[in-house]
Design a protein around this ligand. Structure first.
Ligand code: ATP
Ligand code: FE2
Length: 337
């Protein structure tokens, strides 16, 4: 007889991760591994090979860490999209194999919605504006009329992608975001006077939308002109994060909502967290951030959304289990509370 745990499989990009929620939907930390190319960007095929190689090790690890047997699993959830095709296919294939072998239902879920739902669960917020800032995605999202609607988003590259590309150009390997955060802090500690910290960069807010590639090019230019690298890192963060916070604030004003939830890998950044808190305090709203292990891509958030959806009656048949690289946040009807 099958158990009542839900296994979640995350494979949208460079991270392969298995996570669990128990029968009451309570999350347990994931077993994950991230491909970190020594040079260049991520090649989808190489990431997919990485995922296949590690799948049995990571699955065993997450079960062992929770003293579980495969027979304790009752559902398997996986990221159906959006993401890189080759990577998504490895997670979907693992889900099909586990579902068939254990004779348990599977459910393909929306990766972006999973970021929101793990954040709601972890932070106890009810109806937030989500500022979803990751490598591939930068979106401001709100729940309206039974869907998570994208109110604003990047018109070019994701904010994390911009940070990673800027870092890579200056010899810092993936992921560049945390190193830029460290360099910016070094600059701040050497220059505590705010007027000395900022270098001029473009600020690309277009209505409710954002853009980052022009900002990145201008930051590269400052480095080539001989400006201190740490100073450019500080200014790059200030401009990019302020733009995101401005759009999130406008989303609060338009919708009348009173909570901001941060999600995605860039939400690990303390400066972004602080900016969100300052903005929320100023307008009597609250700012929420999940623990960092649930900001970055993780299998647990996939398990959590799978658990919510299966309890509201949806499963994915073998024939519907194909991936959707372009899956949109507002494509998934919200059938749960
Ligand atoms: P998605 O598929 O949702 O786009 P992703 O594949 O980009 O997600 P995540 O794990 O959500 O994966 O995010 C990774 C990104 O987060 C990278 O761009 C990385 O540089 C960035 N990041 C991680 N930590 C920090 C930090 N402290 N400051 C800034 N950026 C960070
Ligand atoms: Fe993600």
């Amino acid at each position: 007889m099958a158990g009542d745990w839900t296994l979640g499989i995350e494979s949208t990009a460079h991270t392969f991760s298995f996570g669990l929620v128990d029968g009451s939907g309570s999350p347990k930390p994931s077993a994950s591994d991230t491909l970190r190319p020594t040079e260049g960007g991520i090649h989808p095929r190489e990431a997919a090979d990485h995922h296949v190689e590690l799948s049995s090790v990571l699955l065993k690890r997450v079960l062992d860490e929770n003293n579980l047997q495969p027979s304790d699993l009752g559902t398997v959830a996986y990221s159906q999209g959006p993401g890189m095709g080759a990577c998504l296919r490895t997670g979907a294939a693992a889900a099909r194999a586990i579902s068939t072998h254990l004779e348990i239902p599977m459910i393909g879920v929306n990766h972006c919605v999973a970021h929101i739902e793990i954040g709601r669960e972890q932070c106890g917020c009810d109806d937030p504006i989500l500022l979803y800032v990751s490598g591939g995605n930068t979106q401001v999202i709100a729940r309206l009329d039974g869907r998570y609607r994208v109110l604003g988003e990047t018109l070019d590259i994701g904010i994390g992608n911009m940070l990673d590309k800027f870092a890579r150009k200056h010899g810092i390997p993936f992921p560049g975001g945390p190193v830029i955060e460290k360099k910016a802090l070094e600059w701040l500690s050497q220059n505590p006077e705010p007027s000395l910290q900022g270098l001029e960069l473009p600020y690309a807010v277009h209505g409710m939308d954002l853009a980052f590639s022009g900002l990145m090019s201008a930051a590269n230019k400052l480095v080539s002109q001989g400006k201190p690298f740490e100073a450019v890192c500080w200014s790059l963060q200030e401009h990019a994060f302020a733009a995101c916070i401005e759009v999130a604030e406008r989303a609060l004003a338009h919708t009348g909502k009173t909570e901001i939830l941060l999600g995605g890998g860039v939400a690990c950044n303390q400066r972004l967290r602080d900016m969100s808190s300052i903005m929320c305090t100023e307008r009597d709203a609250s700012s929420h951030c999940p623990p960092r292990m649930y900001c970055i891509d993780n299998g647990t958030m996939i398990a959590r959304l799978g658990w919510l959806e299966i309890n509201s009656g949806r499963i994915t048949s073998l024939i519907e289990s194909g991936i959707d690289q372009e899956m949109r946040t507002d494509q998934t009807p919200i059938s749960w509370a």
